[in-house]
Design a protein. Sequence first.
Length: 76
Amino acid sequence: MNKAKELREMGDEQIRLVWKDAAESLFRLRIQAQTEKLAAPSEMRKHRKTIARCQTILHQRGALVPRATPAGAVEA
């Protein structure tokens, strides 16, 4: 479902919701992978790619919040 073309048609808030859902699902899968065998290990890759697509599209739009620089770090 979440191919880049479909994500580009969404608004920023919708993309953030897809990002959040994928991150939560990935977290649950990681916990499950530690406690038991996964039925479909490929789901982890699918969610990682969805998160990356969301971040890429938001970055291209300039809507991705930049990370704060650590104290003492010099910005380039």
